[in-house]
Design a protein around this ligand. Sequence first.
Ligand code: AKG
Ligand code: FE2
Length: 290
Amino acid sequence: MNAPRPPSRTLQIRKIAGSLGAEISGVDLSRDVSDDVLAEIRAALLDNLVICFRDQVITPDQQLAFARRWGEIHLHPFMEGMPDHPEILAIVKRPTDKKNFGGSWHTDQMFSPAPAMGTILYAKEVPSAGGDTLFTNQYLAYETLSDEMKKIAGQLRTVCVGDNFRAANGLSRKERYARQMSEMKVKDPGNVQTTSIHPLVRTHPETGRKVLYVGGHVQHFDGMTEEESDPLLNFFKAHSIKPEFTCRIRWETNSLVFWDNRCTQHFAINDYPAETRIMHRITVCGDVPF
Ligand SMILES: O=C(O)CCC(=O)C(=O)O
Ligand SMILES: [Fe+2]
């Protein structure tokens, strides 16, 4: 663990579960955030991995301005952004849509050579109940392995893909989304790299702590067949989402959640068949995992 950080001077921080997640109050993200407050938010993110700000009334430009304080914007290679804000992905599920975006355990854009550092998701319209998002702490997933399993994990590398997943029964992203998510438009990634190999155990570049870096984009271990990989890979995937490593965000309109993709996975729950849910999503560029 890192040395405890000094208490926030501006923000109030209330943990929402034992392993990760906090609600942050005391800041209005529609305004320019000072460097001092930004440093407090960074400390809260590094300590809690997932931070939720309630009652933020912000425009797409204000969400973008906040996101740019953290780095360049990571453009999703497969998903078409909003027409007037290509850096923002509108995640829309209508009552006629059977599937939702992000409805399995994953960490964002893990198929990229330098996956997204964080995701900033803003709730525009939420169902009366349901549509929560689950998160899991991947530091704990690593730290709770036995010493021998840590050694094995430390030698493995994962092959991650952004399309034509094994789990998709031969369907491409374009085909699946067209059938199941009417308003989510898939584009051709062109020359952008969408298959990448990463260490299964990565070191968080800011905290220096080790993470079990696994998620739904992982297809098999580098240099192994799927058959050879599956027993261990399935173990790591199942271990990494144990209930005691997780928290759950219940969205309200105007909630903004910022999560650290380098040390978490998330899962958007699809349990609101008759209602609409609309979110605005921005991902911030990250570095090459090591
Ligand atoms: O809609 C959500 O709650 C999360 C969807 C997702 O996986 C993402 O935005 O990366
Ligand atoms: Fe996601």
